[in-house]
Design a protein around this ligand. Structure first.
Ligand code: LLP
Length: 444
């Protein structure tokens, strides 16, 4: 559709600061993302629906590459993956971090070069390891001692697989306890403090079918400060020096994981990528010089910061109800397409789109349609006082860990994903239908 004739006001700052950069206001309270009206998307594809701005994804990939041209940037597929996403990330020169045979097969069958893929997982199933070896992934990140012999055995007599060791550097950070992963006492990684990281290194070095390329850490997710990364980096370089001293092996790679925080609401802070890049580079140079090590190739694995701000969730209001002192605005999605508020207490900033309202704002709680009281999408947000059934609500920063964590609860069906770019919209992932649900139910 053409919107050029309409008076577009770029979003950019203020209340639209967390929206994709392409966002513009249209007349009658509508908004466009990627040059496409959100009201039109809702009409055409129905709701709930997820809109993904291709230009925003690509631009975010480019920003990473420009900030750290000397590093390998792997997109963490768990944030959100579909075949189009695989292609965009590939075309922008990133690698991929996957954590299951499913993510891996989807990426490779969509044409992603397997050697640019890293497989993670604290509990890799035989199927995961089998797919990784069959498809030829670039690296497998070892997360426990029992994996080492399993991977080596699966490689076969002729083969050789590159691996890394996931280390907990003793520094943990992140937006919620459930997503802090850098210390002992949680399920990921091997500790240098109790010697299990060193043991894993020694065992891998003793396996001729495995080639240890480096160490990996991922200290947590939704981290907004640079400092925890630098503290972790120092420990990681210290461990690389220990490996050299113990085995005479200089590891060529250091993967610092992802976890780069983003703002979900205007005014919230995000990780400063330029500051992170500068900090990592300086710290890596200094720590390696102090340890007498050559600077390893740096690897990072952002997921949320690539996909999150590129997505917008669109819901239709189904009911408005006042209960006691609270106003509930119930929409046609909820915790089955976005479990994040329930899981981590994350706050979102929904807004009315598709019509102009002159009504004064009032505090309302946006809830989903699922059968439990905890199904809240956005507690105590300001919405126009006349919001009513049929209205459209849009929730920005919906591109990461929403659809990828969507469930089949209440058999509502998972929403579609619609790509928008330069004025056109395109269905990437279709809506899950009743027929999809029924077809898996194979016995009467
Ligand atoms: N690398 C590894 C090894 C990871 O485990 C993760 C995320 C990433 C990279 C990417 O982290 P990111 O840059 O996206 O923060 N479901 C939670 C987030 C879980 C993150 C799990 N691991 C949420 O919705 O906040």
């Amino acid at each position: 559709m053409a919107i050029a004739s309409l008076s577009e006001i770029p979003a950019g700052a203020g209340e639209l600061s967390v929206w994709p950069a392409s966002t513009t206001r249209l007349p009658h309270g509508d908004m466009a993302v990627g040059g496409v009206s959100l009201a039109e998307i809702a009409d055409r594809f129905d709701t709930p629906a997820y809109v993904l701005d291709e230009g925003e994804v690509r631009e975010r990939c480019r920003t990473y590459r420009a900030a750290l041209p000397e590093a390998d940037v792997l997109y963490a597929a768990k944030a959100f993956l579909c075949r189009a996403m695989v292609r965009w990330v590939e075309e922008e020169g990133l690698g991929l971090d996957v954590c299951s045979a499913g993510e891996l097969e989807l990426a490779v069958t969509a044409g992603f070069p397997p050697e640019r893929i890293v497989l993670h997982g604290n509990a890799k199933a035989p199927r995961d390891i089998g797919a990784a070896l069959r498809l030829g992934v670039g690296r497998i990140v070892v997360d426990g001692p029992s994996e080492i012999a399993r991977i080596a055995a699966a490689v076969g007599p002729q083969g050789r697989q590159r691996v890394m060791v996931r280390v907990v550097p003793g520094v943990s950070a992140g937006g919620h306890e459930k997503i802090r992963t850098g210390t002992e006492g949680q399920k990921f990684g091997l500790s240098p403090a109790d010697g299990s990281a060193q043991d894993a290194v020694a065992r891998i070095l003793g396996q001729p079918r495995l080639e240890l390329t480096g160490l990996h850490c991922h200290i947590g997710s939704q981290i907004t400060e640079v400092e925890p990364y630098l503290v972790a980096l120092r420990t990681m370089v210290g461990l690389m020096a220990l490996v050299r001293d113990a085995h005479g092996v200089v590891l060529p790679e250091l993967d610092m994981g992802g976890g780069h925080g983003i703002a979900y609401r205007p005014g919230e802070s995000a990780l400063d990528l330029t500051a992170l890049a500068r900090g990592l580079r300086t710290e890596l140079g200094e720590s390696c010089a102090a340890a007498g090590l050559p600077v390893p190739r740096l690897v990072i694995e952002p997921g949320r910061a690539v996909a999150g701000p590129a997505g917008v969730a669109l819901y239709r209001v189904l009911a408005v109800k006042r209960t006691g002192r609270k106003v509930f605005v119930a929409v046609d999605g909820g915790m089955s397409d976005n479990p994040r508020p329930v899981l981590y207490g994350v706050r979102y900033a929904p807004r009315l789109v598709g019509r102009h309202s002159a009504a004064a704002a009032r505090t309302a709680t946006v809830v989903g349609r699922h059968c439990e009281a905890g199904d809240v999408l956005a507690a105590d947000v300001e919405l126009p006082g006349d919001v009513h059934p049929g209205d459209l609500l849009a929730v920005p920063v919906a591109g990461a860990y929403q659809l990828s964590m969507a469930s089949g609860y209440n058999m509502v069906g998972r929403p579609p994903v619609i790509a928008v770019h330069e004025g056109t919209s395109r269905l990437l992932v279709r809506r899950e239908t009743l027929e999809d649900l029924r077809s898996r139910d194979v016995a009467g």
